[in-house]
Design a binder for this molecule. Structure first.
Ligand code: IFM
Length: 437
């Protein structure tokens, strides 16, 4: 485990965005005050969530948002990334909640940075259908009309790769489909939704738009050509499939031929220029040739029929989730992106980075964040244009198929009483922000 060296962190550029991230379904609760999402349907099915829990109450942020905004102000972040729940926006009075939240943030001097889709698709909609992209544009119009006078920085989608892979290819997340490569239209329709959202936001006057994609270095298990080829394929799925249509207007490695519709025309929409590119980084992945049996990754079963297998990264400390702690993977990733995309890469914002650990005296989280901030600074020194960093997450929350068992928060939440208690990492991050001025 990398340890906090105790040395002050290097200085980040003036105007750097410092924030924390959350998402609606994971913290809001008040499920009775919105329409159902695919996650409500999924979590109602026995066996889908490890501890059998649902997000019906979650952190009750819907009612406790003033307390949570006070926590943000006490932390000293200058930005807060949250998501707007599409089913709530579509419900009577739903936008009123985000109106109140944005007002509260502005009054506290914290810049609101909403994500317009973070996996909680309204039940009844389906990303296999092209029309869902058009429906998303209507949702974006409604949100921009209501909040656009105070919100200036926008994120279209969160991690469409995970939503496609976990939700539609492997069935571990909502909506629980196990389509393997037949899930590719889900990727295309989300990307189209992203492009339509950018156009919609631009038409509403927005000048500061990004996407939050998940990325990590892919390391071949060995120099064996089969392992190298399998790792290259995995790299295409994780790192290129959702970046290249957006940044280059093209699908990698002929994948466009497998996509539905008029792909060339859609790519012109998908490649609408962005003001910045959001990266969610947690860990690299070590990948080898198929083993003929299931492999496992952080509790996720990888079917034998896929053309790769996930291997353990040895010699690294693991978070409670079983994810290896590899801070220098962030430097490698960012420098690799700069080398791969050159001028086509807009400034980068780290839209998520964090780890799951138990306990209020969470020294491991402090060490993790400290090491990752140093790794981020190394990328800046190597010339990568990075403009911001958001910790995942403000609060311990509903961690999808893991339920409440994984604690990513700087603030502990007692899931019985909903009491919030700042952890040691909250105080550490507050001191980092004060030192950065
Ligand atoms: O909790 C999730 C979040 O919703 C998306 N990015 C990864 C986080 C940790 O698993």
């Amino acid at each position: 485990m990398a340890t906090d060296t105790g040395d002050p962190l290097p200085r980040f550029p003036a105007g750097f965005l410092w924030g924390v991230s959350t998402s609606a379904h994971q913290i809001e609760g008040a499920a009775e005050l919105r329409g159902p999402s695919v996650w409500d349907v999924f979590t109602a099915e026995p066996g889908r969530v490890k501890d059998g829990s649902t997000a019906a109450v979650a952190c009750d942020h819907y009612h406790r948002y003033p307390e949570d905004v006070a926590l943000l102000a006490g932390l000293g972040v200058n930005a807060y990334r949250f998501s707007v729940s599409w089913p709530r926006v579509a419900s009577p009075g739903g936008l009123d909640f985000y109106d109140r939240l944005v007002d509260e943030l502005c009054a506290a001097g914290v810049r609101p940075v909403p994500t317009l889709f973070h996996w909680d698709l309204p039940a009844g909609l389906d990303w296999l259908e092209r029309d869902t992209a058009a429906r998303f544009a209507d949702h974006v119009t409604a949100v921009a009309d209501r909040l656009g006078d105070r919100v200036t920085k926008w994120i279209t989608l969160n991690e469409p790769a995970e939503h496609t892979l976990l939700g539609h290819a492997l069935g571990a997340h909502a909506p629980g489909r196990r389509l393997l490569f037949d899930a590719l239209p889900v990727a295309h329709h989300q990307l189209l939704a992203h492009g339509l959202a950018v156009r919609t936001l631009r038409a509403a006057g927005a000048r500061d738009i990004g996407i939050a994609n998940s990325h990590g270095p892919t390391w071949p298990a060995s120099a064996d050509p089969d392992d190298v080829a399998a790792a290259g394929f995995y790299d295409t799925l994780l790192n290129r499939l959702f970046a290249e249509p957006v940044l280059l207007g093209a699908y990698p490695d002929g994948l466009g031929e497998l996509m539905p519709g008029d792909v060339a025309a859609d790519l012109r929409v998908i490649a609408e220029p962005l003001d910045w590119y959001g990266v969610n980084y947690y860990a690299p992945t070590r990948v080898g040739a198929p083993l003929g049996t299931r492999s496992e990754f952080g509790g996720l079963a990888i079917p034998a029929e896929l053309p790769f297998s996930i291997r353990e990264i040895e010699g690294r400390a693991l978070t409670d989730f079983g994810w290896p702690v590899v801070p220098e993977g962030l430097t490698e990733l960012l420098c690799g992106f700069r080398d791969r995309y050159g001028d086509r890469l807009p400034p980068i914002v780290i839209t998520e980075n964090g780890c799951s650990y138990e306990g209020l005296d969470d020294q491991e989280r402090i060490a993790y964040l400290d090491a990752h901030l140093r790794a981020l600074h190394a990328a800046l020194e190597a010339g990568v244009d990075v403009r911001g960093y958001f910790v995942w997450s403000l609060l311990d929350n509903f961690e999808w198929a893991e339920g409440y068992a994984r604690r990513f928060g700087l603030v502990h939440v007692d899931h019985d009483t909903l009491e919030r208690t700042p952890k040691a990492s909250y105080r550490w991050f507050r001191d980092v922000l004060r030192a950065q001025g």
